[in-house]
Ligand binder design. Structure first.
Ligand code: SF4
Ligand code: SF4
Length: 134
């Protein structure tokens, strides 16, 4: 015999909105790669992702004008995702290598580094312009 609490839960789930987000398309396209190429060409639109929670740690931003080249960010980066550029005394961040820990952000004395809401970062080329922050 089915218990009453279970029936209640079954009915609740039946009428509840899905907790997951259909992304990038509302319905699975025959080929996700073809679909994404169409999105890039403006021939299709993605189903928007869920809003990110507060304090989300997405793609890093860098204010190179305020940077003093102290290299503290390099010292704390556990992923070795930051390179020091001796000629300009500035840094380069490899997003594909970053693990989004935010330690560089926390230690920077000039507040040059910040984590953003951006998380759609997948690419076939880890050295593409979108994967390098400098
Ligand atoms: S910690 Fe900040 S100021 Fe120092 S090198 Fe890194 S980004 Fe520049
Ligand atoms: S967020 Fe973490 S992994 Fe990414 S560059 Fe900063 S210290 Fe390195």
């Amino acid at each position: 015999m089915v218990r009453l609490p279970m029936m209640t839960e079954l009915l609740r789930q039946l009428f509840k909105k899905p907790a997951t987000n259909a992304f990038p398309a509302r319905y699975l396209p025959p080929s996700v790669t073809t679909f994404l190429h169409k999105v890039a060409l403006g021939e299709a639109a993605i189903n928007p992702p869920m809003p990110v929670p507060p304090k989300f740690r997405g793609k890093i931003t860098y204010d190179r004008e305020s940077c003093i080249g102290c290299q503290l960010c390099l010292k704390v980066c556990p992923a070795h995702a930051i390179e020091f550029l001796p000629t300009t005394k500035r840094v380069r961040i490899y997003v594909a290598q970053c693990i989004f820990c935010s330690q560089c952000n926390d230690i920077c004395p000039k507040d040059c580094l910040h984590m953003t809401d951006e998380f759609l970062l997948a690419t076939e080329n880890r050295f593409a312009d979108c994967q390098i922050v400098e």
